[in-house]
Design a protein around this ligand. Structure first.
Ligand SMILES: Cc1ncc(COP(=O)(O)O)c(C=O)c1O
Length: 392
C-alpha cells in the first residue's frame, strides 16, 4: 500500500535522539530550548513554546487568549476535530464559518458577513481558529483586518503548514495571527512522534503558555503572592496541565528541521507533477491562494462527480483496492455526533459538505518515488475512464 503520508526518519535523526537518551536531561532540558529557539528563528517569531501535541497547543493557546464559558470560538468545518474541540475544553461555544469552494479554507467573505450579524446580536467570537488547510494559509490579511475591526484573537492552526510562507514571510511570524500552532505528528511536514508548538510575538502570551503547559506553576518571585520560601519554592497560580514535550522529541524535531527545506522541495516537486499528470481528468485540482506558498501537507483532489460513472465511495475503494492508500480530509466537524448534539445539522455549511462528498487525499510524502506517483496517476486514469498521458 502506498500510504497517503509518511514520516522520513534517517540515521541522523536516530543519532540525535540517542544522544539525548545518554544525557542528563530527558525532559525540560537544553535540547527542548534549542528546538524552540530554532523554530522561532526559522519562523521569525519572538517566542516558541513546545508541547506534547498540537491539540494541547490549541488548548493552551485558547486559554491564553482568555477563552472561557460564555465566549465563542469560530473555526472552519473542514478541519480535524482538535481545531474546534479546543474551544469546548475551555467551556466556550463553538461555531463554524463555511469554506471557500476553491481554496477549501475558511471563506473570509462568509466570515465578514457572519461577523456583521454577530456584532448586531452580541455574539462576536473571542477567538478565531484559522486553519491552514493542507498547508496553505487562509486569507490571513483579510482575517487580520477583521480581527482589528471586531476585536477577536486570531490563532492560526498551522498544523499542516510548518515551513509554509504567507505574504512573503514564514507562517508563524505573527504578522496576522496572535498565536500560531504547529503539529509534529508523523504524517506532518516534520515530526517529533507526537508534538506541537505555539509561536507568538507577545511576551505575556509566551509566559502564560509556558505556565499552562506545566501545571500553572511558577518559580518567578514576581508572580507569587508571598515572598519565596527558598530555592525549592514554586507556586501554582492557576490551573495548568502537564503538556510538556520531552527532550528526545525535541532532538528529533531539531534534526528534522535541518531537512525541512528538502522535505518542502520534494513535496512541491511531486505536487507540480500531480498538477500536470492529472490535468485532463474530471477532477478539481487544488487552487492556490495568491499570497500563500503551501507546505503541501496534503494533496487533495475533488472528483467532478457529475461527470463520473462511479461514486466518490467507489473511486475511493477502487484506489484502496489497487494499493493506493488514499484518505479523506475532512468529514465536516459539525456533522460529528458530538457537534450534532450541540445543535448543528446537515446543510448548515453546504460548501464544506459538498467538498466532503468529492474530496480524496492522494499519497504525498518526501520519500514517495515518481514510480509510485505514476502508479497513483495510472489508477486514477483507469477508474475515471481516461488514458494516461505521457509522463513528464
Ligand atoms: C488541522 C489540525 N489541527 C490540529 C491537529 C492536532 O494535532 P496533534 O495530532 O498534534 O494533536 C491536527 C492533527 O491531525 C490537524 O490536522
Amino acid at each position: 500500500m502506498i500510504p497517503y503520508g509518511r514520516q522520513s526518519v534517517d540515521q541522523a535523526d536516530i543519532d540525535a535522539v540517542v544522544e539525548v537518551l545518554k544525557s542528563d536531561w530527558l525532559t525540560q532540558g537544553p535540547t527542548l530550548e534549542r528546538f524552540e529557539a530554532a523554530m522561532a528563528e526559522r519562523c521569525e517569531a519572538g517566542f516558541a513554546v513546545a508541547v506534547c501535541n498540537a491539540t494541547a497547543a490549541l488548548h493552551i493557546a485558547c486559554l491564553a487568549a482568555g477563552l472561557g464559558q460564555g465566549d465563542w470560538l469560530w473555526t472552519s468545518p473542514n478541519t480535524f476535530l482538535a481545531s474546534a474541540n479546543c474551544g469546548r475544553y475551555c467551556g466556550a461555544d463553538v461555531d463554524f464559518v463555511d469554506i471557500d469552494p476553491l481554496t477549501w479554507n475558511l471563506d473570509t467573505d462568509a466570515l465578514a458577513r457572519k461577523l456583521e450579524v454577530a456584532a448586531s446580536n452580541g455574539t462576536l467570537p473571542k477567538v478565531l481558529v484559522a486553519v491552514a488547510f493542507s498547508g496553505q494559509s487562509c486569507d490571513m490579511r483579510a482575517i487580520g483586518e477583521l480581527a482589528r475591526r471586531y476585536g477577536f484573537v486570531v490563532i492560526e492552526d498551522a498544523s499542516h503548514a510548518v515551513g509554509a510562507d504567507y505574504a512573503g514571510r514564514p507562517v508563524g511570524c505573527g504578522e496576522f495571527a496572535d498565536m500560531t500552532v504547529f503539529s509534529f505528528h508523523p504524517v506532518k511536514i516534520v515530526t517529533t512522534g507526537e508534538g506541537g508548538m505555539v509561536l507568538t510575538n507577545r511576551p505575556e502570551l509566551a509566559e502564560h503558555l509556558r505556565r499552562l503547559r506545566s501545571h500553572g506553576m511558577t518559580r518567578d518571585p514576581g508572580q507569587m503572592d508571598e515572598p519565596s520560601h527558598g530555592p525549592w519554592y514554586y507556586q501554582q497560580v492557576e490551573l495548568g496541565f502537564n503538556y510538556r514535550m520531552t527532550d528526545m522529541q525535541a532532538a528529533l524535531g531539531l534534526s528534522q528541521l535541518n531537512k525541512l527545506d528538502g522535505f518542502l522541495g520534494r513535496r512541491r516537486q511531486l505536487v507540480a507533477r500531480y498538477q500536470t499528470l492529472l490535468a485532463d481528468l474530471p477532477l478539481t485540482l487544488p487552487t492556490l491562494q495568491a499570497e500563500a506558498d503551501s507546505a503541501w501537507h496534503l494533496y487533495v483532489v475533488r472528483l467532478q462527480t457529475d461527470l463520473l460513472a462511479l461514486s466518490h465511495g467507489q473511486v475511493f475503494e477502487g484506489l484502496r483496492g489497487a494499493g493506493i492508500g488514499v484518505n479523506v480530509h475532512y468529514i465536516p466537524v459539525h456533522l460529528q455526533p458530538y457537534y450534532r448534539d450541540l445543535g448543528f445539522n446537515p446543510g448548515d455549511f453546504p460548501e464544506a459538505e459538498a467538498y466532503y462528498a468529492q474530496a480524496i487525499s492522494l499519497p504525498l510524502y518526501p520519500a514517495m518515488t515518481e514510480a509510485q506517483q505514476d502508479d497513483v496517476v495510472e489508477q486514477l486514469h483507469r477508474l475515471l475512464g481516461e488514458t494516461r498521458p505521457a509522463a513528464t
